[in-house]
Ligand binder design. Structure first.
Ligand SMILES: [Zn+2]
Length: 203
């Protein structure tokens, strides 16, 4: 057996190390204290931490003292981004949803002088971004659940982010933004959400 998996208890007389396997997530076997309630609970907590750590590193996130909290933070901010993008999509004029991009050809083509506007049936950029963010959020949540983080905790993290997204929108609504500011405000907010949900995990 791998020594790291072995019970660390030693026989008093011979000093020989116990040959049994330690309980998973713990350092001792059932006979040497591994059956006690608090030892089982600590081992369980270690297993959860380990699982959360694995999911975090799979996401390319740095190690964290509390990987479960780090995962929840990621979920929280990604949820904020999703809420934000949902509001953006809701506000889009119906036509923009399907007819997002316009191609303009002007000048002289092989067919003679051209001045053509072509509307392409491509989904709005906000719509595409929303889909991407939703996929990422689903991925984060799945990883958190896999790491043993309770659904209730995930919902709380999401609720916090929803508040933030709502506050930002209220602030915008009360500011008298110039058309120029108005045009860039959503991109700025989204960039900031992205930084939070993709950047290094903050303590
Ligand atoms: Zn033992």
């Amino acid at each position: 057996m791998d020594d790291s998996r072995r019970c660390t208890s030693k026989a008093k007389q011979s000093g020989e190390r116990c040959k049994r396997a330690a309980i998973i997530g713990g350092t001792v076997c059932k006979i040497h204290g591994g059956g006690a309630g608090q030892v089982i609970a600590a081992a369980e907590r270690n297993r959860e931490l380990e699982a959360a750590r694995r999911e975090l590193s799979a996401l390319g996130e740095p190690e964290d003292i509390d990987p479960a909290q780090a995962l929840l933070r990621l979920i929280s901010w990604k949820y904020g981004e999703v809420q934000w993008l949902r509001a953006q999509v809701r506000d889009l004029p119906a036509d923009d949803l399907a007819w997002g991009r316009t191609e303009h050809r002007a000048g002289t083509g092989p067919e003679g002088p051209v001045d053509l506007h072509t509307e392409k049936a491509s989904p709005s950029v906000w719509w595409t971004l929303l889909r991407e963010a939703e996929d990422q959020l689903a991925d984060y949540s799945t990883r958190a659940l896999k790491a043993g983080i309770a659904e209730r905790q995930i919902q709380i993290a999401e609720g916090q982010a929803m508040l933030v997204a709502g506050v930002i929108r209220s602030i915008y609504a009360r500011l008298n933004l110039t058309p120029e500011q108005h045009a860039i405000k959503d991109q700025i907010a989204r960039d900031e959400f992205m930084k939070l949900s993709q950047g290094p995990v903050m303590a």
